[in-house]
Design a protein around this ligand. Sequence first.
Ligand code: NIG
Ligand code: FE
Length: 413
Amino acid sequence: MSSLAVLHASELVTLSGPKRPRFGAELSEVGIVRDGGMLVRDGKIQKVGSSDEIKKNLGDAEIVDARGRVVMPGFVDAHTHLVFAGDRLDDFERRARGETYEQISKAGGGIWSTVEKTRAASESDLLAQAKRHANWFLRCGTTTVEAKSGYGLTVEDELKILRVLRQLKKEVPLEIVPTFLGAHAVPRGLSPDEYLDVVVMEMLPRVTAENLAEFCDVFCERGYFDIDQSRKILSAAKKLGLSLRGHVDQLTNSGGAKLMAEIGATTADHLEQTDGQRIAALKKANVQPVLLPGSVYALGSSGYPRAREMIEAGLAVVLATDFNPGSSPTPSMPMVLSLACTQMKMSPAEAITASTLNAAYSLNRGDKIGSLEPGKLANFVMFDCEDYRELAYWFGIPQTHSVYVTGQRIVEL
Ligand code: NIG
Ligand code: FE
């Protein structure tokens, strides 16, 4: 039995409360314990309280003095494209000169250029690059990520990416939730309907037979997969037992959010173009919106999703990075918190709930992670600040002091 006692957190941000996601006004309640502490035994949280309470029953616990720092649950990043080869520096520079994401994609950049590099990379090269990305996440205070395939677009290359994720999970302390995104783009040489058959008839059965994914996602967008094609893919995935997520209403309002509501998806992601009527449809169907302000920022747009309307409509909003080489090259949840507060007018408390507890529920892991409560995994981060709002306030400066996964310290910066 190994045990750990964390003492003297200026604020222990517990996110404690009912065993379900936080809706609407509840996102503001982050459950702070001042001069807080926590007892951890065998990787799980046993007790949470004031430092004085925790000190009463220390036993043989190793003491970790937070020395007046903020302690909170590790971030849960519910939308990333963690496995890819290379970068998209040329796209970045072209966008800086004024070209749009769609123009660059038509001219040979975009998702397709990453697909070519990812196909050419061996499994071990991809794993090495993925490990580098995984370490970036940990250094930013993220302890769980959802990670999608989608830069392979052939049966073997999609499986290769998902196998890299499975291996990565064994080699790094970052917890990884895999999502199959075979329908990320239509590969050259095939029509959308021909490729749809490959996704449905060949990829999905292999992915589920090998147990390589928990979720299925689709890029529902003009020039990628339309509503009917997206519906076919997601329905097939649902029949095979996968839960559903979707890239919807990012560049155009194509009715993607409505489809996610109709099909019973767990999340609808992006939603930059989603209007009030569709927000109501998400609420009715209990779909969690996953907002990705990093991609709006990095594409140089100002069309952020309507976070306030979503919170006021009672949705269990989630924030994530959308880490990918094209539209959102950041693994940093603190950067996302900054954008959420400055650009989408969320409060720091709302942003923290959206990036921990609500994100955990969106990955079907609300019972294990996302808050500091007895019985949950001891995945927590100590930040070099005294007030949790500083995480969203200072930007462009790392504040991570140390990161713990199941009670083990894995990063010391
Ligand atoms: O979430 N929208 C589609 N997929 C990514 C972009 C991927 C890329 O550009 O490589 C996104 O923004
Ligand atoms: Fe994405």
